[in-house]
Design a protein around this ligand. Structure first.
Ligand SMILES: [Zn+2]
Ligand SMILES: [Zn+2]
Length: 151
């Protein structure tokens, strides 16, 4: 007898075992259980790995031509969040109608007022809040630290 026919026999036996063993309700129960487990796993993964889409809310912008300040819905302007350079995030001004003339402003982590970061306008410039004089990056780091509880 060749090893091939031996293998085939084993295969048939295994097949018969599969068909014969257990009744239908047992399979149904197992299938339902598997479905529940997969469903729960999916929901867990969904909330942990793919959280609900985050809302970026309204961002302040300032037109460099007319100096008007206005709010833009960041969710409707993904370039505000995804733009690679500050210039790529610029918005059209609703006041004077200039195209891509408004810089996105940042809120001071200390006093909460919005301003166009100096380093955005002049690369290398120190980001200091024009209202309270806080060092933007330093204040931001401190704020994040106090919010996450890391000391
Ligand atoms: Zn303007
Ligand atoms: Zn400030």
């Amino acid at each position: 007898m060749s090893s091939y026919s031996f293998w085939r026999k084993g295969e048939v036996k295994r097949f018969e075992l599969f068909r014969g063993g257990g009744d239908k309700t047992e399979y149904l129960f197992a299938a339902a259980l598997a479905l529940i487990v997969v469903g729960a796993l999916y929901l867990t993964l969904k909330t942990v790995i793919w959280p609900a889409p985050q809302s970026y809310g309204m961002k302040w912008a300032q037109c460099e031509k007319c100096k008007a300040e206005f709010q833009v819905d960041a969710d409707k302007h993904p370039e505000i969040i995804n733009g690679e350079t500050p210039a790529s995030k610029k918005q059209d001004c609703p006041k004077c109608g200039a195209k891509r003339s408004a810089w996105i402003m940042n809120a001071c982590p200390k006093c909460g007022k919005n301003f166009v970061r100096p380093s955005v306008l002049h690369p290398g410039a120190k980001d200091v809040c024009p209202f309270c004089g806080a060092d933007y990056l330093k204040a931001l780091t401190e704020k994040i630290r106090s919010e996450t509880g890391n000391k």
